[in-house]
Ligand binder design. Structure first.
Ligand code: MGD
Ligand code: MGD
Ligand code: SF4
Ligand code: MO
Length: 751
């Protein structure tokens, strides 16, 4: 067994620090895994999933050669030179005939790896690609848009220090998303001076720890939030001084909230008025109120309106820019941005944070519109499984003139592609994420490789550099000059030449990632070449947050020295490090609104809010009497990162949870099988009676239904794939995010 080596868990966005001992005959098995106490945000914490990471590293679905589709539909292995030449030529052919705007780039990273998307910038630039998307555009873009309209920035709750924590459509006990989630939840639950409010139809593990559980009827959160705001105004609990000091436009919002009939609204949600009033009073009375909205509302009806009402709750309670409330963190690279002026070519759908809404992708392909997408590059994502309407998504992938998938495994999406390029796993190369959301101490973690990559796979940085070289866009003279600068004058000379080149070639900034990789990358410590991309980001971060970086103990006399010191800290902190130490009040300086105030009005959403009062209940066809939450986080789910079903300690088939009364009424057996039917499709599922559920509600876990080769090579599917049941057109009218959490459904006995 090897020494303990630091890295991180990649099964959710927390990326808890782990230490691994390698073993097995070849020394490539992640044999023992423990929490890394030196990791500054997880501090040794792990959940039960981390112990299963060898299923990610070692499995039968690993891709070990570039694969090309033959005319008969099957795949053949090809060598890398052929693959790079073909992929470059076929993408260039689409670009030359139809323009780079007809090539869509999808993905770029998952829960643990954000460097590939950075290196893909070069490939995108070389091809003139202007449209891209990833999973954020099926969950977070509504929230990003609202955040940027109101704050010009994206803030997050400080749960470590809050008095009152509110989880809105969020089950952190299972899904985490905040560091050391279970420890933090237990601390809040144990402390008599702190309270927790959970808004969730299901009595989740988090709800069980809560002081108040608002078991809202699925899909009605907009009315509940309107009622909470209505109570706070009606009972004169709003922080009026704060509102007038820090916000503009609230008086235009006030009438819409004062119109809310609390009695009507809470009836819509199926909640008791006393409980709604109590929750409103607890929120309004809190000194430090932190809230987290997630998929239960973001993948649901009125999702963007809910993101807006949620933020109005921060405003009326004055919960921004102080400890224990909402704060704007620093970042190495920003993930959340606002809406751009551009729209998608076919449907004119909005582009938020630079991303095409996931749910419109099939429609942007399956049309005879001249500007339709005709080719796709998919990297580190599995959209044929993860996006709404898998059938339509597969059809769209098949309709493309060319598609290439860059992945570690032969996924559902890879199987639809013309080319599949195998890459190094996240334990075979340096990796990092930009999920850096913590305040006051924000952490960055560049993980060092644990293992060498097999000779037949390439890390993404190398793939993109080779594609650029095959497309003949790499300026070879400049590469030589930059290498020379590094050799003779070190990083200062390199920086000087690099900066000069950036000015001279302002139209080819997209070359930077591959250029850095081919020059600076070669001089970095062994295994860390793909960290080259972080060098300009470190300098950018040093210019943006010099004081916060210095407070974290990173020294540098001037901006350049500070950037260098930050980059050095990135390279030499294999367990991660605190890159900024903040004051909560710094959030006020990070507001991106022109007047430095919070803007209470989003005109479109104010119209929507006013319409809420007269909106008829969601139509419920007799044929589909249940509300299905398609894709729930459980103890052993992690999107489609682990493909071998053996990784699951329990619930191996991902049972459909149903209230026991519904099972009895339908004459179905707990533990038996049934057919789950929606307008879009039908799957067979294992049933699990659970009194955590509401009567009339169903929940299917996320990430199941992937297939995996058995020892004889045949593929077997474990559980049901939720997106066989969802429809691409069931989406938010403002930002196009899916309504996965309220899919009309029925259950049928299997004969
Ligand atoms: N174990 C595990 N953890 C994960 C992941 C994983 O796959 N597995 N994935 C990670 C990712 S990518 C993400 S985005 C996060 C997501 O994390 P969460 O958003 O917490 O995950 P979900 O379980 O999908 O949904 C949260 C809750 O929404 C509730 N809900 C359903 N319908 C409604 C409704 O109408 N109103 C309200 N208020 N709530 C409703 C569900 O009952 C559920 O408890 O988790 C991350 N963490
Ligand atoms: N119905 C329904 N659908 C959902 C959800 C839901 O709740 N309900 N949840 C949604 C959410 S929130 C999310 S975030 C998405 C996630 O969906 P996707 O973004 O599509 O991501 P994953 O399933 O995590 O797939 C990640 C892919 O990356 C590959 N991979 C792993 N490591 C590497 C690497 O180092 N390099 C490369 N190139 N590839 C690698 C894996 O093999 C896998 O194919 O699913 C969404 N889909
Ligand atoms: S899955 Fe668990 S151990 Fe892994 S990063 Fe998320 S919270 Fe940490
Ligand atoms: Mo997600």
């Amino acid at each position: 067994m090897s020494d303990w080596k630091p890295t991180a868990c990649i099964l959710c966005e927390c990326n808890c620090g782990v230490e691994v001992q390698l073993g097995g005959d070849d020394g490539r098995v992640l044999e023992r895994i423990r929490g890394d106490r030196a990791h500054p945000s997880s501090r040794g914490y792990l959940c039960q999933k981390a112990g299963t990471l060898d299923h990610y590293q070692n499995h039968r679905d690993r891709l070990l050669s570039p694969m090309r589709r033959r005319p008969d539909g099957s795949f053949e292995p090809v060598d890398w030179d052929t693959a790079i030449r073909d992929v470059a030529a076929r993408l260039q052919a689409v670009r030359d005939t139809h323009g780079g705007t007809t090539i869509l780039y999808y993905g770029g990273g998952g829960q643990g790896n954000h460097l590939p998307g950075g290196y893909a910038t070069t490939t995108r630039g070389a091809l003139g690609i202007r449209f891209r998307s990833n999973a954020l555009a099926q969950e977070k873009t509504g929230e990003f848009w609202v955040s940027h309209e109101m704050f010009g920035a994206h803030a997050r709750g400080d749960f470590e220090h809050c008095d009152v924590a509110v989880f809105l459509g969020k089950n952190p006990w299972q899904s985490h998303s905040i560091p050391r989630a279970r420890a933090v939840l237990k601390e809040i639950a144990r402390d008599p001076d702190r309270q927790m409010i959970v808004i969730d139809p299901v009595r989740t593990e988090t709800a069980e720890l809560a002081d108040i559980h608002l078991a809202v009827r699925p899909g009605t959160d907009a009315w509940l939030l309107a009622a909470l705001l209505g109570v706070i105004l009606e009972e004169r609990l709003a922080d009026e001084t704060w509102l007038s000091e820090h916000t503009v436009g609230f008086d235009a919002v006030r009438p819409a909230l004062e119109r809310v009939s609390v009695a009507d609204a809470r009836a819509r949600c199926g909640l008791d008025e006393t409980l709604v009033r109590q929750a409103a009073r607890v929120m309004a009375g809190a000194d430090r109120l932190a809230l987290f909205e997630d998929l239960g509302v973001q993948m649901n009806r009125h999702s963007t309106l809910v993101s807006y009402l949620h933020r109005l709750l921060w405003l009326v309670t004055g919960s921004f820019g102080k400890q224990g409330s909402q704060v704007v963190p620093t970042h190495i690279r920003a993930l959340a941005r606002g809406r751009s002026a551009r729209t998608t070519p076919v449907l004119g759908a909005p582009i938020i944070s630079g991303l095409v809404p996931c749910n419109v992708i099939p429609e942007e392909i399956l049309t005879d519109h001249p500007d339709r997408y005709r080719a796709m590059i998919v990297e580190s994502a599995n959209p044929a499984h993860s996006l709404a309407d898998s059938q339509k998504m597969r059809e769209a992938l098949q309709a493309l003139e060319f598609s290439v998938v860059i992945d570690v495994a032969m996924t559902e999406t890879a199987r639809e592609a013309d080319y599949v390029l195998p890459t190094a796993t996240q334990y075979e190369k340096a990796e990092a994420t930009f999920f850096t959301f913590e305040v006051p101490d924000n952490t960055f973690h560049l993980r060092h490789p644990l293992l060498s990559a097999p000779a037949t796979v390439l890390p993404e940085a190398e793939i993109h550099a080779r594609l650029a070289e095959a497309m003949e866009v790499m300026p070879t003279e400049l590469v030589d000059e930059l290498r020379e600068a590094l050799r003779t004058g070190g990083r200062p000379a390199f920086a000087h030449r690099f900066q000069q080149a950036a000015t001279e070639r302002s139209d080819t900034r997209w070359l930077a990632p591959a250029l850095l990789y081919r020059t600076l990358g070669e001089t970095l410590p062994e295994g860390l070449d793909s960290a080259a991309l972080l060098w300009p980001l470190a300098h950018q971060c040093a210019r943006e947050y010099p004081d916060s970086i210095r407070r974290a103990g990173i020294e540098g006399d001037n901006a350049f020295a500070l950037g260098e010191a930050l980059f050095e800290a990135i390279l030499t902190s294999p367990s991660g490090f605190v890159f900024t130490r903040d004051d909560h009040a710094a959030s006020w300086d990070r507001l991106g609104t022109p007047d430095g105030k919070i803007h209470a009005v989003i005109p479109e959403l104010l119209v929507e809010l006013n319409r809420l009062h007269s909106e008829a209940p969601a139509p419920q066809a007799d044929a589909f009497p249940f509300v299905l939450a398609a894709g729930e986080r459980r103890a052993f789910t992690a999107n489609t990162i682990n493909r071998n079903p053996a990784w699951r300690g329990r619930d191996a088939e991902g049972a459909l949870r149903v209230h026991p009364d519904d099972l009895t009424r339908l004459g179905l057996d707990d533990g038996g099988m049934a057919r789950l039917v929606t307008r879009r499709g039908a799957v067979e599922v294992r049933l699990e009676g659970s009194d955590r559920m509401q009567v009339g509600q169903l929940a299917l876990p996320n990430g199941l239904g992937v297939d995996y080769p058995q020892s004889d090579g045949t593929r077997r599917q474990a559980g049901a794939s939720p997106n066989e049941l969802t429809a691409a057109e069931d989406r938010d009218p403002f930002v196009g995010t899916p309504w996965h959490k309220s899919v009309p459904a029925r259950l049928e006995a299997i004969e």
